[in-house]
Design a protein around this ligand. Structure first.
Ligand SMILES: Cc1cc2nc3c(=O)[nH]c(=O)nc-3n(C[C@H](O)[C@H](O)[C@H](O)COP(=O)(O)O)c2cc1C
Length: 155
């Protein structure tokens, strides 16, 4: 059964079991002096706040570069991106991709998971092995492309 059912209007009626998800991938440069303790604080506050707004994802930090995957309702992700852009702990926020689609979450258990930059390829390849949803396979491919393009090796 398809997750999207056509209706009279332009907007498809969505299967509540497979909601429309918005995702953003961005990278940024950490501000001078930002260290592991700051990253721990960011993760702790994200884990407190994200469940209430339906956001899940992962955050990678290495070589002075943040790389984050956010997924959730469009309004929540857009609002968080606006907050993030003015967070003084990083700058040069570059949005790498943004998509909205009906699919399962890539990381349903992760309110915000910290992943070491050396482990990110392995995490994505594991997720790819478990993925059945073609949209998720595509999304993981996009993430791997960003990683392989060396976005975490910058600076
Ligand atoms: C790289 C980075 C990633 C962040 N990720 C999140 C996140 O996933 N969720 C979140 O609520 N805050 C995140 N934050 C923190 C927000 O920018 C902000 O400090 C937090 O939402 C609290 O906002 P407020 O002080 O306006 O209440 C992140 C900050 C940085 C620098």
């Amino acid at each position: 059964m398809s997750a999207v059912h056509p209706t009279r209007g332009d907007e498809p009626m969505l299967d509540p079991l497979q909601p429309r998800l918005y995702n953003v991938v961005y990278c940024s440069r950490s501000a001078p002096g930002v260290d592991a303790a700051d990253v721990e604080r960011i993760i702790a506050s994200s884990r407190r706040r994200n469940p209430a707004v339906g956001i899940t994802g992962l955050l990678v930090f290495g070589s002075g570069v943040f790389f984050q995957w956010l997924e959730g309702p469009r309004d929540s992700v857009t609002a968080l991106m606006a907050t993030l852009k003015s967070d003084p702990r990083h700058d040069t926020v570059v949005e790498l991709s943004a998509n909205e689609e009906v699919r399962e979450r890539l990381f349903p258990e992760w309110d915000m998971e910290f992943v070491e930059s050396t482990d990110i390829r392995e995490v994505l390849l594991d997720a790819l092995e478990d993925a059945d949803d073609p949209k998720n396979i595509e999304a993981l491919g996009i993430l791997l492309e960003h990683i392989d393009a060396g976005e975490l090796d910058a600076q």
